[in-house]
Structures are given as structure tokens and as C-alpha cells.
Design a protein. Structure first.
Lengths: 363, 221, 831
């Protein structure tokens, strides 16, 4: 589950509504759009491309990287698609598709982020095959495959003056999350189609102020689409994607409910890409420390928030547990819909690295 | 010529209603010259205004030449003032844009009763012969009053109403003007009701009345 | 009174006068208010317009420091735009602008962009274009889209929320929303997708470029496809230069009304002075020092100036809102300047308004009061003094008028700027106004002589003019100013309208005018398939250069077409057109280049061409009404020879006799033109005249207001006369004067003076319009035209003045009827 939802929602309902309940659009029934049902047959590379019958969809990439000096870096690059109406009118200015992109980089010196918007249908932003190659872009931010698939591929974007150019490759198959790609989000039946590529080898360079830095590390790609992913009583979520030192990959999230009975889910992926879905009773999440963090937004440049930046993650069934802590507090995404997303260290870095996303925390 | 019977006039004042005339009866016959004396504020001028139809009584009847003023509309009153009643005030109200000669003829011209012989006599006796082409602002106060007198008499009105006609003149010349005024009124054949506070001036006329506490008396006290 | 006596007592004694005579306070305030209100209204509008020019390099809230345009004028392809965005030039955003006309031929300007692509806000803060306007932008960017109408435009067109306005060619705008964005001005704003669909285009008018570093600009230039060019946005500079004249004109008109307002003040003050003579005398006799009195007078002046300017500014604020739409229309029609709807009252305007009021009051109130102080405490005979003072005042004014006239003559020989031109007009107007009282007195005297043998009552009625003249003097001067200005401007506008209509008849000779980016105009004319219906076609080409620092269009004309050899020239060398056509390196320029650019017949003009500067000799000047820019005509072949990127600038088509417009339209559609890209001859003319009328709506409004102010001056003067002379009128009534005679005494001299003033205004108005047409208009806009004098405006104004007189008299008569009885009852009581 990704903050994308909320960003899109805020985009849709405007600033006035964002003060009130920005989640409402995602809770609306999605009537007229295609529904998410169990038992869908996934097909690659076709499913890398957009599914315009569904209301929302995203291509979501994070990467934990290190420079030659062994310092931690992080990248986030996301492309969101939103259909404004149930019609599938995708070409020309009349297109009902809207695109949004987010990018962020965590460097040893700080955090930079940007957001962008574009109309669909006119070529300013799209995900499609171009000259027989996979291409996803908004303006000059792009993820292009070497072939019809997303990977191997190349990620290029600029964020806050940093120019990012990364090669991506993976030799494991996509992981279908939930029940064979059907990812349930609540007991009421809200769900999305969800697959991931948790094992991506990432290498390339970041140029900041004309100074290039070579980086290598591991990336995580999430693909998700849905028409009505949120339930009425869900306020936000805490989402982890971890590259463990032993080569395993772990995804866990909890959707926080009003009544404290949160919705927990996740998956456990072996180094060779074999995945096992984790049920709610197999995951334990506990907050270790909450810190006051500067969380400026355009509307409130002085805002601060209490954020849970230290966690204990336990998988009792596997008898494994880790502490997960933010690399740095300053990884705030103060865009149109604000959230915290950034690099985390597992067991002080000895156990691995990952990304943590926190949404729905008020100032 | 002029008759008041039971005339009452009240004025609203800040201190309350004041009765100025409390039942005045008066009769002036044609050609008679009557002086109306009284202290300041006794209502002399009010009585004069009522006689001229410039103001209306609250109670009582006023008639000029036998015609009741109350029965006259604005036009009839204007006609009355035009031909029958003449007014002479302390302020002369000459018409500044007309020559002395035109001023003298003004009222006579309005009622179409020009009389060159009488005009010549008035000019002669009032000593205005050399002033005829001048304009009012070029005359002295006494000269202006003489012009006003000539204007009031030329058309031989039946009744002349005068309010301190010599009030703006010094004592010496006022006596002379008064005598002349009286004589000319007689010459015009007009009756005269003159308001004055001066016994000396009053003595020039046929009869004297005193206005006291809203009523007319034949003697000072 | 001891020296320690507080000033407050004296001030109160002076001001108590207004308490007892509130109408004098009202007149004083009305005068100040009328003067300050119109002046400040124009100031507010001017400063607002200037503020808008400062934002002229902003497009709908986003700064555009550069433009990317097609060299051929064909518009920018969408693919090129997308390529810029994908290359990372996120400062580039699309703009579509077009002029269309409504079903009843009202001109409409359309502007469109992609809100999502606007480069507003900072990095990481994109999408602010969406957030800043509280709008349902989802509806804005998708079918059926929205058309945003500024409230004033919606009002004029009678468009209601949700309504789809139908254009002349039957196309319909998206549903209307009453809203406006920054720099929208009087344009209709819609999504770029909506605009492209509406206009049937697939290219953008241009791409706007937000602020870029020189390094990015260089990369952008390098990335430009051959057919596109990057140019700096000089709109701000250009607009400030181009509109300077218009703003000067507005200011001049507002100063005129300020002057007329001051006349009311003079009037009011005259009577407050007259009434307060006894008070001043008494105060001095009880020992108040002249110094204390002077201070009290200064205090009074301050009180009035603050009150007057505050009320005036308030009214001006209101008036400016009422006038703004017509000024905006003028600016947009003449210069394409976009003026927003939010008005601001800046401190400078407030300060100047107060200052002007203070100076005006110092002259009208303080100075005469102080003069009175300097005289002896006991006055001489007041009646004679009044008449003498009036004669003296008339003489002084006449001498002043002579001095002004001399100054005017001096200015006339030196004049070469618009401001000097208006100074000349002001000098002339005031010379005339100051000479007027003496002229009225002389005329009155003549009439008096002529009536020497008439009956006394008639002579009396006419002679009363002498008593009225001192009081009516200033009102008549105000009336003269207003009438003259009205007549002058009316003749100017009428002449311009006639000249424009005649010019349009000559210039718009073809049957159909096409402006289509898709159409190959020369090919269309040459196509044998069209020979059946096409009598002649003129495909013009053009290139935009900068000449004398201003954007200048050089047109390439086909020398063989009917409109070219019938080109109406304002000035021309012998055989100019023939020689120009035969390629003698001759050039034709518009009048603007002559009058504003200083170009002369036979002179050499150097133009920047792609092959370097090239010289041409000026063979003639053509009329070019309504165009603020310089323009040149060259034979089409010459333009093609000198410039590479020549764009097609329109096609004129003459139909053969009996051919219907439908035939031509079908051929145009077949050749690739879109419906709406052509206009019939009559439509263009109607549209032009409509734009003209809108442009001069402001002038008419100002004229009416000035006349109203003059009417107010007349009313105040007459009411003052009434109050001053009420005892006299009562006395006359006591002498047997009827009410009708009394009214005649008031009305006849007044009518006489108004008639004389109106008569004086006729030649003066003609002189004014002559100067406006032959000097000021030429200096302001660079257009010349013949002056057309017509008696109709004078007759109309005469009737209007008569109406005002009748109205004023009715008011005076009702006052007289109400107040006379009391005055009569008080007759003889010593005052």
C-alpha cells in the first residue's frame, strides 16, 4: 500500500477537501470502473503496461544504494496513473487519464524531493511500448526497458538539481502479492492487483552540483492497480520493504484502523524469488520510538509531526525479529499530499536496509 | 379703507406660543393717516404684514377697500399689492439693476398706472431730478428712501403701509422726509398706516394708536 | 479677546456657519467630491493598468520571459512541445490564443493553456496552478470542459453560469463558469484541449517559456527545430510605451473634471464668504487677532480638504469600477493589453488627491478669506462694492485669459509631445473660460441697449442678469468647459468613425478574408480548380521585425491584386504605387511610421533583413487606423527575397459575379481551411466598428460625467442666488410682482447666459476638435483623418443643456415656493 493513493485523492478533491477527509475518493465505490476480483491470470510483459479500465495504478521504485565510501543513499521514483472517469478515453486532450510523478533522493547530506503532474493522451506522460521497448515517463523523468519488459532497464530523473541515471536488472521472476496477485486491503473486500520485483540490482551515478557519485545497491519495484482500495475506517498505513542481509526480501504493512484493530499483511521472499504471503497472525509490528520531526508543507512551512521512526518487526512463525530505524529523520515528502518515506536500516545496518512509508499522521 | 375686526395672531416660540395680537379692531378711512406706536416687539410690524396680506391672522377678519383678504388667492393678493396697497420699509429694496427713474416707475409700470405729471411732481418734491439716471448704489441712504417713497406713491395706491420709513435716516433729515412723506401721501390721495416707535414721527400724522399687550389703544398708557 | 483665547473657539465660530447653512457645506463637498472622484477614478484605473503591464510577461499566473513561435506563423506543433517537455524543458507551456466573434458579432478573445503544465511554484511544489484557484479543475480539463468568463464580459454578453455561448459560425463554447485567473483580463479562458477542439486546430499559437537561466536558454535554442524560434518577451516594455498616450488622455479628461469640480467649490465658497463677512467682522471687532483668524481659516481649509478628498476618493473608487470594463476594452482592443479586474487604491493617489484638494481650497477658500482679513474691519457700502468687485473680477479674468492665450500660442509653436498638447488644450479652454464672464457681460450690455425702448418690466427682467452674473460666473465657466470638451471630443470621435468606416470600405474590398495556418494560400489562388469562381485572390505574406525598438510588421503584397492598386494613401510621391510595384526599392509605410516614427516621404528607411540591413525609399504612407504598431508594405517577391521565414498572413478572395459564398467556402474546406478561419467582408466591417464603439465607450462616459458636474455647478449657483436674494424676492412680491414674473426674472437671464455660453462653446468645440484631430491624435496614435464638423452634436448638447436648465429651474422654483412665504412674513424686520 502506497501513499500514492492519498496523493491522487488530494489532487482530485482539491485543497479545501484535503483539510477535511482526503481519503473519501478512494473509499468511493469505484462504480463504472473495472473491479478487482480474485483469480486473475497475470501475464508479463503485458501487465507492466497500464490498465486504464481501473481507476488508479502505479509504477513504484525504491532503491537502497551505497557509494564507494560505504555511505547509505536512497532513491524513490513513482509514476501514478489516474482515470478521471470510467470511460476509457485515453488518446488526445480529451483523454480522461492524469499522471503524477514523485521522486526523492536521500543523500548523506540530506533529502530532496519533487512532484510533477501531466495530462494523459498527449504524450507528455505515458507508459507504453516505444520502438518495441517498455517506456514509462512524465516529462524527462523516465523508466525505460531494454526490451518489452521493464527490466533490465534504465531509470533517469532529476530531483532538486540532482541528476540520477541508474541501470536496473533482475534475474528473479515478479512476486505476485496476496493471493496470486489479488491483494485484499480490508475485511469488507477492498483490494488491488499487486505484484513486486523485490530483487533488483541497481547501479549508476548521481550528479549533484556537477559532481558525480557512483552508486550500487538493491532496488524494489511495486506495481499495483485498483478501483476502490480503501475502506471507510482506515486512516493511514505503515509500509516496509526490506532487503535483508541474508538475501531475503520482506514486505509488511499495516492499515491502521480507527478501532486499533489494524489490517496486517506481507510477504517473505527468498533470495531466488520464491515468495510466501504472510497473514495477519504471522506479523507483529511494534513502535520503538516516536520522534518530533520537521514536516513543512506549502500550506504550513513550520509544521512538525510525531512520527514512529523506530520499529520492531517480528515474524513469529519464522522466529525472526528485527529492529528497523530511519537512516535520518529528514525524509519528509512535503508535496501536495505530504507523507514520510525514506531509507531505513535493519538492526543498525547489520541486518539489511530498506524503505519505510508512513502516511496519515497529522501535524 | 382698512379694517381689522377681532384679529388674533399667535406665534410659536421656543418658550411656547406667544399671542402677539389678542383681538385687534381697526378702521382707517380713505385718505386718513394713522401712526401705530408701540414698544419693540409689541406686534406693530405683524399688524402691518397682516394688513398687506404678507401673513394671515389666526382669528378675525381683515379687509382692504371692503374686500376680505382671506378670500383672496395668491394672484389676487399680488394684484392687491400691485395696485391698491403700497409698502415702504426701513430697507429700501430698490432694484439695483434699474436706474432711479425706472425704480420710481417700477410699481406704476407693473399695474399700468403711469402718471407723468404726478411723477414729475414727486421727483421735484423729493429732490431727485438730478439723480434719475443714476443707479441705486450710487445714492445716499436718504436719497434711496426718497426713491422708495416715490415708487410707493406714483400709482396713487389707496393704502400706504409704512414700517419705520425713516428708521435708516438721521434725526434731522428724518423730520423733513417725514413731513414730505405725509404731504405726498395726501397728494396721492392715499390712506396711510405707519408703524413707528417715535412719538415725534407719529405727531406728523392725523391719528395715533398704541399697540400694547396685543390690543390697540387710543392713548400711550 | 486675549491672545490666550483658544483657536478652537474661533474655528468653531467660523465653522458654525455651515451648521446654520448646511446647503453651503453640501455644495462645497459636492464640488470637491465631483472633482476628486473623477480624477481619482482615472488615477486608480491608470495605475491599475500600469500594474497590469508590469505583469504583461505573465501568462495566466505563470511568468513567460520568452516565447517559442513558428517562423512561418503556422503555429507550434504539439509533437515539438512534447519533445521539449521530454527533454526536460519544464518551463515550456502551451498557449492558444484566438479571436472569435459571437453570433451578434461581438469580438471575443480566447486564451487557453494546460493548467497542469504551468511552471508555477518551486521545485517539489508543482501543481500549484491547480491549488491556487479554488476550482473544480477536473471539470476544467476534461470534456465538456469549461469556459471561464470574467464577470464583466459575462455581463456584457448576457452569459449565465453553465450556458454554452454560440459563436457566429455555430460552434459552441464549453459551459460558462463565471471566474477569472490572473492575467486573464477580458479573455475567455479554457483548457488547451477545449480550445484546440473549438478552433479546429492542432497547433498551439505559441509556447511560453518561464524564467530560464542563460544556460538553459542556450540549450533550449540549441534544441529548437528549424521552423521554431525563441524570442524574448518584450510585452511589458512594448505595452508601457504603446499605451502611454491613452493614459495621458484619460488623465487629461480627469483633470478637466477636477477643474469643473473646482468651479463648484469656487461657487460654494463665494457664498460662504459673503455670508460670513459679518462673523469675521464681529470676531475682529471683539479683538480676535488676524493671526488667530488666519490659523482658523487654515484649520477650516484642512477640515474641508480631508473631508472632500476622502469622499471623493470613495466615489472615485466606485466610479473606477464602473469605468474599468470600458477602459479594459479600449486597452485590449487597441493594444492587446490584458487588464485584470482587481483595483487598488495606492497611497500616492490618496496623497495627490488630498494635495490637489488642498491647493484648490487654498485658492478658492483660504486665499479670499485671508484677503478679506487684510481689509478694514468695517466694510464700505456693500452693494456698490459687489457690483464693482464683479466688474473688477471680470477684468482680471479677461487679462488672465489674454495671458493664457499668449502662453497657448507659445506652446503651440513648440509642441511635440502629447503632454504639451494637452497643456495647450488646457490653456485654451481656460483662456476661453476666463474670457467668458466679460463676454457674457458685454453681450448682456448690448442686449440692454437694444431693449432701451422696451417696456419697463421687460427691461427689468433682462437687467436682472447683472445681479445674477457674479453668482453665475463660475457656473457658466464650468458649463463652457464641459460643453466645449463634449463638442470637441464628439467631433473627434465622429470624424474618426467616419474616417474608419470609409477606410474600411476601401480596404476591405474583397469578398472573403481567410486566415488559416493550414491553407496553402498561394497554391489556393493559383489552383485552376478555383478559377471558375475566383475573380482574384491576394495571398499576403509577412515577417515581424523590430524597427525603432518596436515590433513592426513587414507585409509582402501581391502587386497585381485589386486592393493593392487601389491602396488609399494618406501621402504619396507621384506615381507611388506604380513605381513601388515595379520594384524600385520603394517601400510604403503606415502613417504611424510617419507621425510617431518620424519617417518622411522620400526618406530612406533601413530594415533588418536576413541578408543584413537593407535600405528602402519611402514612397507613400497609408492609413492604418487602430494599429498601434509600425507597418511596412513591400512587394511580395521582395519580402521573399530578403527574409527566409516569411509567413502567410491572410488571403483575400474576390468572387466572380453571381458566385455564392458557399461555393468559396466549400473550396476552402476542401483545401484544408477550417470553418471559422474566414470572414465575409461585411462581418469584418461590423466587427471593426463594434470594436471602435467599445473603444470609445469610455470617452462617452467621461463626457456625460463632465456635463453632469457642470449641471451640478449650475444648480449650486442658482440655489445660492436663491438663498442670497430671498429677502429681495420677498420684497418684490410685496411690491406686487407675481410668482410668474419672479420666475421669469430668474429664468430669462439664466437662459440668456446659458444660450450665450452654448453659442460660445460651438466654435470653441470645433477648435478643440481641430487640435485633437490634427495635433493630439496624430501625436498620440499616429493616425490622421479629415475633421468632420456637424451641427447635430451641438444641437443635441443645446437640448441637453436646456433640459438641465429646466430641471435646475424646477428645483429652484420648488425651493422658492417653499421658502418665500416665510421670507415675506419677515419682511421689514431688521436683519
Amino acid at each position: 500500500m502506497k501513499a500514492v493513493f492519498l496523493l491522487l485523492m488530494a489532487l482530485l478533491v482539491g485543497p479545501a477537501a484535503a483539510q477535511g477527509d482526503p481519503y473519501q475518493v478512494l473509499r468511493s465505490t469505484g462504480e463504472g470502473y473495472a473491479s478487482v476480483l480474485p483469480g486473475r491470470a497475470f501475464s508479463f510483459p503485458a501487465d507492466h503496461l497500464p490498465h486504464p479500465d481501473y481507476r488508479i495504478e502505479w509504477w513504484y521504485l525504491t532503491a537502497n544504494l551505497k557509494d564507494d565510501a560505504g555511505r547509505h543513499w536512497g532513491l524513490q521514483w513513482t509514476l501514478f496513473r489516474q482515470a478521471m472517469s470510467p470511460t476509457t478515453d485515453t488518446e488526445g486532450w480529451d483523454s480522461n487519464q492524469i499522471w503524477m510523478a514523485h521522486a526523492a533522493i536521500t543523500t548523506p547530506d540530506g533529502h530532496r524531493h519533487e512532484q510533477r503532474f501531466a495530462r494523459g493522451g498527449v504524450g507528455q506522460a505515458a507508459v507504453r511500448l516505444e520502438n518495441g521497448r517498455f517506456a514509462a515517463w512524465l516529462d524527462d523523468w523516465s523508466l525505460t526497458g531494454d526490451g518489452v519488459g521493464m527490466l533490465p532497464g534504465r531509470l533517469r530523473f532529476t530531483v532538486g538539481g540532482a541528476v540520477v541515471d541508474m541501470q536496473l536488472a533482475s534475474d528473479t521472476p515478479p512476486v505476485l502479492q496476496g493471493r496470486a496477485g489479488y491483494s485484499q486491503k480490508s475485511a469488507q473486500g477492498q483490494a488491488s492487483y499487486y505484484y513486486s520485483q523485490p530483487h533488483i540490482a541497481v547501479s549508476g551515478s548521481v550528479v549533484i552540483d556537477g559532481k558525480p557519485t557512483t552508486l550500487t545497491g538493491a532496488g524494489w519495484l511495486d506495481r499495483e492497480w485498483s478501483s476502490q482500495p480503501l475502506a471507510d475506517n482506515q486512516q493511514g498505513w505503515d509500509w516496509f520493504s526490506l532487503h535483508l542481509a541474508d538475501g531475503h526480501a520482506l514486505m509488511v504493512y499495516r492499515l491502521r484502523h480507527d478501532d486499533g484493530k489494524h489490517w496486517l499483511s506481507g510477504s517473505w521472499v527468498t533470495p531466488d524469488g520464491t515468495a510466501r504471503t504472510l497473514g495477519a497472525d504471522e506479523i507483529e509490528l511494534a513502535v520503538l520510538d516516536t520522534r518530533r520531526v520537521r514536516t513543512p508543507t506549502a500550506a504550513d512551512p513550520e509544521a512538525t509531526r510525531d512520527l514512529p521512526l523506530g520499529w520492531r518487526v517480528r515474524l513469529p512463525g519464522l522466529n525472526r525479529e528485527w529492529t528497523v530505524r530511519a537512516l535520518t529523520d529528514d525524509q519528509w515528502m512535503g508535496g501536495r499530499f505530504p507523507y514520510w518515506e525514506g531509507v531505513v536500516l535493519v538492526d543498525e545496518g547489520a541486518g539489511g536496509v530498506g524503505y519505510l512509508e508512513l502516511t496519515g499522521y497529522g501535524p | 379703507m382698512l379694517s381689522f375686526s377681532g384679529v388674533v395672531k399667535r406665534y410659536a416660540q421656543p418658550e411656547g406660543e406667544v399671542t402677539v395680537l389678542a383681538g385687534v379692531d381697526l378702521d382707517i378711512v380713505a385718505g386718513e393717516a394713522v401712526a401705530l406706536l408701540g414698544e419693540s416687539g409689541s406686534g406693530k410690524s405683524t399688524l402691518l404684514h397682516l394688513a398687506a396680506g404678507l401673513d394671515t391672522p389666526d382669528v378675525g377678519r381683515i379687509a382692504v377697500g371692503g374686500h376680505a383678504l382671506a378670500a383672496m388667492d395668491d394672484r389676487a393678493l399680488a394684484a392687491l399689492r400691485r395696485g391698491t396697497v403700497s409698502l415702504v420699509f426701513q430697507q429700501f429694496h430698490l432694484i439695483g439693476t434699474l436706474s432711479v427713474a425706472d425704480n420710481i416707475r417700477f410699481q406704476a409700470a407693473l399695474c399700468g398706472r403711469l402718471d407723468p405729471a404726478f411723477e414729475a411732481e414727486l421727483i421735484e418734491r423729493l429732490g431727485l431730478r438730478t439723480q434719475l439716471d443714476k443707479y441705486p448704489h450710487q445714492l445716499s441712504g436718504g436719497q434711496q428712501q426718497r426713491v422708495a417713497i416715490a415708487r410707493a406713491l406714483l400709482h396713487r395706491p389707496a393704502l400706504v403701509l409704512a414700517d419705520e420709513p425713516t428708521g435708516n435716516l438721521d434725526e434731522r433729515s428724518s423730520g423733513a422726509v417725514m413731513a414730505l412723506f405725509r404731504d405726498l401721501v395726501k397728494a396721492a390721495g392715499s390712506a396711510l398706516l405707519m408703524v413707528t416707535h417715535s412719538r415725534d414721527m407719529a405727531d406728523y400724522l392725523d391719528r395715533r394708536l398704541w399697540l400694547r399687550e396685543g390690543r390697540l389703544h387710543d392713548a400711550p398708557i | 479677546m486675549p491672545r490666550s483665547e483658544p483657536l478652537g473657539v474661533v474655528v468653531r465660530a467660523l465653522l458654525s456657519h455651515y451648521w446654520r447653512h448646511p446647503w453651503q457645506a453640501v455644495f462645497l463637498l459636492v464640488g470637491l467630491l465631483a472633482g476628486v472622484a473623477l480624477w481619482s477614478a482615472v488615477q486608480i484605473i491608470n495605475s491599475h493598468a500600469r500594474a497590469s503591464y508590469a505583469e504583461a510577461d505573465f501568462v495566466l499566473g505563470a511568468q513567460a520571459t520568452h516565447w517559442i513561435r513558428s517562423r512561418s506563423g503556422a503555429g507550434v506543433r504539439q509533437a515539438d512541445y512534447i519533445a521539449f517537455r521530454r527533454a526536460g524543458f519544464r518551463q515550456v507551456f502551451p498557449v492558444v490564443q484566438a479571436r472569435v466573434s459571437t453570433a451578434d458579432n461581438a469580438p471575443l478573445a480566447i486564451i487557453a493553456t494546460d493548467l497542469l503544465a504551468l511552471p508555477t511554484g518551486m521545485a517539489g511544489d508543482g501543481g500549484d496552478a491547480l491549488g491556487s484557484a479554488n476550482l473544480d479543475w477536473l471539470a476544467f480539463v476534461q470534456p465538456p470542459y469549461q469556459a471561464w468568463f470574467p464577470a464583466s464580459v459575462a455581463d456584457e454578453l448576457g452569459v449565465a453560469e453553465g450556458q454554452q455561448l454560440t459563436l457566429r459560425d455555430g460552434r459552441r463554447l464549453p459551459p460558462a463558469v463565471l471566474a477569472a485567473r490572473e492575467q486573464q483580463g477580458r479573455q475567455i479562458f479554457m483548457d488547451v484541449g477545449a480550445a484546440l477542439t473549438l478552433l479546429g486546430r492542432d497547433t498551439f499559437t505559441a509556447l511560453a517559456v518561464g524564467p530560464v537561466s542563460p544556460e538553459v536558454a542556450a540549450r533550449l535554442t540549441a534544441a529548437l527545430p528549424a521552423e521554431l524560434m525563441l524570442e524574448a518577451n518584450q510585452q511589458r516594455l512594448d505595452l508601457t510605451q504603446l499605451t502611454a498616450s491613452l493614459h495621458t488622455q484619460l488623465t487629461a479628461m480627469s483633470l478637466l473634471s477636477f477643474a469643473v469640480g473646482l468651479f463648484i467649490v469656487f461657487n460654494a465658497v463665494r457664498f460662504s464668504l459673503w455670508y460670513r463677512r459679518p462673523t469675521l467682522r464681529t470676531l475682529r471687532l471683539v479683538g480676535v487677532s488676524v493671526r488667530a483668524l488666519a490659523l482658523a481659516i487654515v484649520a477650516e481649509t484642512l477640515v474641508w480638504s480631508v473631508l472632500g478628498s476622502a469622499l471623493g476618493l470613495l466615489a472615485g473608487w466606485g466610479i473606477s469600477h464602473a469605468l474599468l470594463p470600458s477602459v479594459s476594452a479600449s486597452l485590449q482592443n487597441l493594444y492587446g493589453a490584458v487588464v485584470g479586474a482587481d483595483l487598488l487604491l495606492d497611497p500616492a493617489t490618496i496623497a495627490i488627491a488630498w494635495g490637489m484638494t488642498l491647493v484648490g481650497l487654498a485658492f478658492a477658500l483660504a486665499w479670499p478669506l485671508l484677503l478679506q482679513l487684510r481689509g478694514p474691519a468695517l466694510p464700505g457700502g456693500s452693494a456698490s462694492a459687489g457690483v464693482l468687485a464683479d466688474a473688477r473680477a471680470r477684468r482680471v479674468l479677461l487679462i488672465g485669459a489674454g495671458v493664457l492665450l499668449l502662453l497657448a500660442a507659445a506652446v503651440y509653436w513648440q509642441m511635440n509631445s502629447v503632454i504639451e498638447g494637452f497643456a495647450l488644450l488646457a490653456l485654451l479652454l481656460f483662456a476661453a473660460a476666463w474670457a467668458l464672464p466679460q463676454a457674457l457681460a458685454s453681450a448682456h450690455r448690448l442686449l440692454g441697449c437694444a431693449l432701451a425702448g422696451a417696456p419697463l418690466v421687460q427691461r427689468w427682467i433682462v437687467s436682472d442678469g447683472w445681479a445674477q452674473l457674479p453668482a453665475l460666473r463660475t457656473a457658466m465657466m464650468a458649463l463652457l468647459l464641459a460643453l466645449t470638451a463634449n463638442l470637441g471630443v464628439e467631433t473627434l470621435v465622429g470624424s474618426f468613425r467616419t474616417a474608419l468606416a470609409g477606410w474600411l470600405d476601401q480596404r476591405i474590398g474583397a469578398d472573403i478574408y481567410v486566415n488559416s495556418a493550414q491553407l496553402d494560400t498561394r497554391g489556393f489562388v493559383a489552383d485552376p480548380a478555383n478559377a471558375g469562381w475566383l475573380a482574384a485572390g491576394h495571398a499576403r505574406t509577412g515577417v515581424t521585425i523590430r524597427w525603432q525598438g518596436r515590433p513592426t510588421k513587414v507585409y509582402g503584397l501581391d502587386t497585381t491584386t485589386p486592393d493593392t492598386y487601389a491602396l488609399p494613401l494618406a501621402q504619396a510621391a507621384p506615381d507611388a504605387l506604380t513605381r513601388w510595384s515595379s520594384g524600385e526599392r520603394l517601400i510604403l509605410a503606415n502613417e504611424q511610421a510617419h507621425y510617431l516614427g518620424g519617417l518622411r516621404l522620400g526618406q530612406t528607411v533601413m530594415l533588418p533583413t536576413d541578408g543584413g540591413p537593407t535600405n528602402y525609399t519611402v514612397a507613400g504612407f497609408f492609413h492604418d487606423y487602430g494599429n498601434p504598431y509600425y507597418q511596412f508594405y513591400l512587394p511580395r517577391e521582395e519580402v521573399a527575397r530578403r527574409w527566409h521565414d516569411v509567413s502567410s498572413t491572410g488571403l483575400a478572395l474576390w468572387l466572380k459575379a453571381g458566385v455564392s459564398a458557399e461555393t468559396a467556402e466549400a473550396a476552402l474546406v476542401a483545401a484544408g481551411a477550417q470553418p471559422g478561419e474566414w470572414f465575409a467582408q461585411g462581418d469584418i466591417k461590423r466587427l471593426s466598428m463594434k470594436i471602435f464603439d467599445r473603444t470609445f465607450a469610455m470617452t462617452a462616459a467621461m463626457n456625460t460625467l463632465t456635463l453632469l458636474v457642470a449641471g451640478a455647478a449650475l444648480l449650486t449657483a442658482l440655489l445660492a442666488i436663491l438663498h442670497e436674494r430671498l429677502p429681495e424676492f420677498a420684497q418684490w412680491r410685496a411690491l406686487g410682482v407675481t410668482r410668474r414674473e419672479l420666475l421669469r426674472v430668474i429664468a430669462v437671464p439664466l437662459a440668456l447666459f446659458v444660450t450665450l455660453t452654448w453659442l460660445a462653446a460651438i466654435p470653441l468645440g470645433a477648435l478643440l476638435s481641430w487640435l485633437l484631430i490634427h495635433d493630439l491624435n496624430v501625436m498620440s496614435f499616429g493616425w490622421s483623418m479629415p475633421m468632420l464638423w456637424s451641427p447635430l452634436p451641438a444641437l443635441k448638447l443645446g437640448l441637453l443643456s436646456a433640459g438641465i436648465v429646466v430641471l435646475v429651474l424646477a428645483i429652484v422654483l420648488s425651493q422658492l415656493t417653499r421658502k418665500l412665504p416665510q421670507a415675506m412674513a419677515q419682511l421689514g424686520s431688521a436683519q
